[in-house]
Design a protein around this ligand. Structure first.
Ligand code: SF4
Ligand code: F3S
Ligand code: FES
Length: 233
């Protein structure tokens, strides 16, 4: 065990007029994750620290936050791999509800806009809707999204224009637009072509850097843009 230093940007709307940094030191193993450190702080130093977490294994996407200035999942970063004091901040561009908890309602409403589910063409077949390995490959990368918000909140186009639909919603649209079984492509492409759709992306690439699932977000956005230009997927 060794002492690990953290500084966390705290904000309680009931007490604070603006966010402020607070410092903490907790005993951790080098192989502990940043999330373990935050839980140790919450559990034994200051129970009022507020954060989201669920799976603790990089699957649910609920603990995305800025760790030393980069959007990461706290449960996937080992304390031994980051410089101290480990600086923790809420994701940028969303309203802070308390400490590390941000308001994701706008994010999920954009997700819902793209109809993120398979829209069936015609009645269900007796057994299954067949798809070749090549057809499945076209949207394989974008199936990996866990909706953590790290891409959208690292995007300067989104910071400048919060109405921009954002990379996460485009990734979700891509997943269905390029699915050969789906019958909702036109509807989704129409949304992508609107003022706040894909054309707001200026190919900054921050989203690729931020994605904890290694999704090539910029390539997915480019493929949607190409489909719009060509008028077909
Ligand atoms: Fe998170 Fe990556 Fe999905 Fe964006 S594309 S929401 S960064 S998993
Ligand atoms: Fe933003 Fe990613 Fe485009 S960072 S501008 S969505 S390439
Ligand atoms: Fe689920 Fe980190 S807690 S991804």
């Amino acid at each position: 065990m060794r002492e690990v230093a953290f500084k966390i940007l705290r904000f309680d709307p009931e007490k604070d007029s603006k966010p402020h940094w607070e410092s903490y030191r907790v005993e951790l193993e080098p192989t502990d994750r940043v999330l373990d450190g935050l839980e140790a702080i919450k559990g034994s130093v200051d129970g009022s620290l507020s954060l989201r977490r669920s799976c603790a294994h990089g699957v649910c996407g609920s603990d995305a936050m800025l760790i030393n200035g980069r959007n990461r999942l706290a449960c996937k970063v080992l304390v031994k791999n980051v410089k101290q004091p480990i600086a923790i901040e809420p994701m940028r561009g969303f309203k802070v509800i308390k400490d590390l908890i941000v308001d994701m309602e706008g994010f999920f409403s954009k997700y819902r806009q793209v109809s993120p589910y398979l829209i069936e063409a015609g009645p269900a077949p007796e057994k299954e809707r067949l798809q070749s390995p090549e057809e499945r490959e076209r949207f394989d990368d974008t199936t990996k999204c866990i909706l953590c918000g790290a891409c959208t909140t690292s995007c300067p186009s989104f910071w400048a224009d919060p109405d921009y639909i954002g990379p996460a919603a485009i990734v979700q649209a891509h997943r269905f637009i390029f699915d050969s079984r789906d019958a909702g492509k036109e509807k989704r492409l129409k949304i992508m072509n609107e003022k706040e759709g894909v054309w707001r992306c200026r190919t900054v690439f921050n989203c690729v850097e931020a994605c904890p699932r290694g999704i090539n977000v910029t390539r997915a956005i480019a493929e949607v843009k190409q489909a719009l230009v060509r008028g077909k997927v």
